[in-house]
Design a protein around this ligand. Sequence first.
Ligand code: ADP
Ligand code: MG
Length: 312
Amino acid sequence: MTAHGNNGDNSIHVIADPQGNQNVEFVNTELPDVIELKGVRQKYGEKLVIDDCNLLIEDHPNTGQFITILGASGCGKTTILNYIAGLQKPTSGEVLINSRPIELADPISMVFQKYSSFPWLSVLGNVMLPLILKGVSKKEAREKAHEMIDKVGLDGHEQKFAQDHILSGGQLQRVAIARSLISNPRIILMDEPFGALDTNTRFDMQIMLSEIWLMLKSTIILVTHDISEAVFLSDDIFFMSANPGKIVDYYKVDLPLERPRELKHSAEFFRIRNEVEDTLYAIRQKQREEERRQKEAARAAKKTAAESVGKK
Ligand SMILES: Nc1ncnc2c1ncn2[C@@H]1O[C@H](COP(=O)(O)OP(=O)(O)O)[C@@H](O)[C@H]1O
Ligand SMILES: [Mg+2]
């Protein structure tokens, strides 16, 4: 077990077999389950993309949970978010939300890297839309939308169209975030939401997200490539390996719930950031070794086959 691969209440364990292959084991405690993946396997055609993937996120009432998934490109992170959003079912295994199979009624919301605002609507129109679709009166929808627009720092921009040359990338992503939060989802999925933004804007968005999360106390699952972003925002980091994708390591970010901007300058932040980077590096190293081993085995098999043909 890795030193950090353990949460406070001992319900998450990182285990390793004698070959050093790691797996994460979840012990179901009395806390309510929010999201559970059990023995999930995904095949796209003949290709096995995800195998034996397990995840259990329990509710910590009155605080919510902020989870980040880190892993190489193509390891299956978006696929996992799609399961949780109910957009896709695994080839086999179970995906449970609040201990039940996914239902359309589950209040889950997704934010993508590409700004998913409607350019023919104003900022206000975009943010109101989910409530209007739910049948909320225009007056109430407008009031709530104004509140949310305020929270994401877009006040004064309500009447502008949500278009590229009118709003900046950061502002468009704020529109998308406001729209996805307005119906008060208990689960918010974010797939590299700040990936297309410049460093400073990204930084502002991280601080905004951290403040909003403290207020909403919901469950956020963030997929990102940015290690500092993962540490700054989350309490729990899960690491995925690739080929096939599964969750192989866990890191509990032991920082206070409130994360002021200056936290990023602290020695403690750097220490954690470095440990997370080392963990990612170790997973990549292991992966490279495994790929080398497989290639060599294939080469040896080919050679043996050629020799036996030669002998005949
Ligand atoms: N609908 C699909 N059909 C075929 N292959 C897919 C499909 N969706 C994803 N893949 C493949 O599965 C792997 C994992 O994809 P994805 O979940 O998007 O990974 P990530 O988000 O970690 O980059 C990739 O190799 C990708 O090309
Ligand atoms: Mg992806």
